[in-house]
Structures are given as C-alpha cells and as structure tokens.
Ligand binder design. Structure first.
Ligand SMILES: [Zn+2]
Length: 61
C-alpha cells in the first residue's frame, strides 16, 4: 500500500471510535497494513477493514 495512503488511514482510524482507545500494543488492538488492505481492530470488539482508498470492506475478516 502507498505510504501516504496508509498514513492517512492510520490517522483516520488510529483511535477507536467506539471506546477512544488509541493503543495497538499489548493486545489492546491490531493494526495491519498489507498491499491491498488496511485493517484496524480494538479490544472492545470494534474493527474496520478498507482498501487503500479508504473504501470499507463489507465484512472485516
Ligand atoms: Zn475500542
């Protein structure tokens, strides 16, 4: 994934909109950036998966 695009997605989804947790370390959440998708999840159960343009995938994982 394009670095600029991945940084924009990290900024957009860096903090969990459900509980406000911004941590991804120590099992608090997950942040995965692959060539074809961006994935971010939180320990509260919130998760999001998008393509590099921020288009949401219908079913995260
Ligand atoms: Zn959360």
């Amino acid at each position: 994934m394009n670095l600029i695009k991945s940084l924009a997605l990290m900024e957009k989804y860096g903090t969990c909109p459900a509980c406000g947790n911004g941590n991804v370390a120590n099992g608090e959440g997950k942040l995965i950036v692959e060539d074809d998708y961006f994935y971010r999840s939180c320990k509260c159960g919130w998760e999001v998966k998008t393509d590099e343009d921020g288009k949401l995938y219908p079913t995260p994982y």
